[in-house]
Design a protein around this ligand. Structure first.
Ligand code: NAD
Length: 406
């Protein structure tokens, strides 16, 4: 690895946990399409001012690899996205060689101990899932290391885009690194997302958790990140309904209109939707979706509710319908409704690429711990703070202005 490479020439690995999934497939084909000039960088924040004046790694220098626990071929994942009108058949054909190279860099991941009945489960992922966490961490770290060596990478950013895990109640040993280390030594079975985060952060690699799973959000993991000088961010990408909510809610507060009720209902038909149709997995998602609204409206009495249903025929197209009942001057009651129909993967993939570039940049600058400036990307930002999208985005712009070339 060369420490002397200029920012644009740096080679940066993007390690996707959940590499055979819809988001990862869109990242891999999208990146190849961007490089070939076949795709516009729509939805990518880093390709606009002032971010274009940051010394970010170039898109040409990104190399994608990853872990997955299933055996589904990448061409099958891509075929699903072509049928769903998200990837074009021309793009899939044009960048087939790059997609095959990505697939050759996918390693079996570790099965979460609470995950049962996974379709197409890779036998090696089941075996790795049964190992003690210290052994799992050593294997994951060796995979990152080999990826870096084989591809002559200056940095590897690890990004969790795996299926949402079942929600776990907080465990006492997640409160400090010392307690977590003792539990790992005692072979306590831990959520897979925590193990991936531990493996990345303990080797000083940036970690991004795009899912609502635990990842690096516990005090123990946050301590680990600071100890090893690794930047990290999460949780749960803010791509659709919650994005609109966190843009709209400040409007009601600013104009002093009283929100009486905010009902949200989501229908989604992809594998993520199927996973979320399980109540334990859905709980993790609902928690991060509902919290933003309560905080923004600052009214604990307000009636808010979010529902999620799996509707297979919608495939990757999510429909969200929100009904906002509010009160104005003289007690006049009014309502606002919006319907959001979006392709989840096409919304998420450009943000994942942005986050890879920003996480690598933070690491180059020697930033360690929570990347507070990335809060606008997440439903439940690890560093806390406001959920107001405008305020969050302003913070990101200020960060970029501060570090941009003049
Ligand atoms: N698309 C969006 O807009 C959006 C927004 C926020 C969060 N997310 C989250 O991103 C994640 C990915 O979404 P998707 O649509 O690509 O899902 P997907 O089901 O298409 O892909 C997930 C992949 O993760 C793999 N996987 C499961 N457990 C794993 C493990 N322990 N180790 C490694 N791989 C594992 C699965 O085999 C699958 O290939 C989900 O958790 C989703 O909730 C998505």
């Amino acid at each position: 690895m060369s420490a002397a490479r200029t920012a644009a020439a740096r080679r940066v690995g993007v390690w996707l946990v959940g590499a055979r999934g819809s988001i990862s497939t869109c990242v891999a084909y999208g990146l190849a399409g961007l490089r070939a000039g076949l795709v516009e960088p729509l939805g990518m924040v880093t390709q606009t001012e002032p971010f274009t004046r940051l010394d970010l790694a170039s898109l040409d220098s990104l190399v994608v690899g990853g872990h997955d626990i299933c055996t589904r071929g990448l061409t099958q994942s891509a075929g699903e996205l072509v049928r769903n009108r998200i990837l074009s058949a021309e793009l899939v054909t044009s960048v087939a060689a790059e997609a095959a190279a990505f697939e050759s860099r996918i390693r079996p991941g570790i099965l979460d101990p609470d995950d049962v009945g996974v379709a197409d489960l890779h036998p090696e992922a089941a075996r790795l899932g049964s190992l003690a966490p210290r052994e799992q961490i050593a294997i994951l770290r060796a995979d990152f290391e080999q990826f870096a060596r084989d591809n002559e990478l200056d940095e590897v950013v690890v990004i969790n885009v795996a299926s949402t895990e079942a929600r776990r109640d907080p465990r006492p040993h997640w409160r400090s690194l010392e307690a977590l280390d003792a539990a790992l030594d005692a072979k306590s079975a831990e959520p897979a997302s925590l193990v991936y985060a531990y493996a990345a952060l303990s080797s000083g690699r940036p970690f991004v958790n795009f899912t609502p799973s635990l990842g690096a959000s516990t005090p123990a993991l946050r301590e680990l990140a600071r100890k090893h000088g690794a930047p990290h961010c999460g949780n749960d990408g803010k791509t659709g309904e919650t994005l609109v909510k966190t843009v709209l809610a400040p409007l009601f507060v600013a104009r002093r209109l009283r929100v009486l009720a905010w009902q949200g209902y989501n229908m989604l038909g992809n594998r993520d939707g199927e996973c979320l149709s399980d109540p334990l997995h859905r709980d993790a998602k609902l928690k991060s979706k509902d919290e933003a609204l309560r905080q923004l409206l600052g009214d604990p009495q307000v009636h808010t509710k979010v529902g999620i249903d799996f509707v297979p025929s919608l495939r990757d197209w999510k429909t969200a319908w929100d009904f906002i009942h509010f009160e104005g001057f003289l007690g006049a009651q009014m309502s606002l409704q919006f319907t959001w129909a979006g392709s989840d993967s096409a919304l998420a993939a450009p943000l994942v690429i942005d986050l890879a570039l920003l996480a690598d940049f933070a690491r180059q600058r020697g930033e360690a711990g929570e990347m507070q400036h990335t809060a606008s990307f997440f439903k439940a930002p690890i560093g806390g703070g406001t959920h107001d999208f405008h305020a969050q985005f302003q913070r990101l712009v200020e960060y970029a202005e501060k570090h941009a070339r003049r």
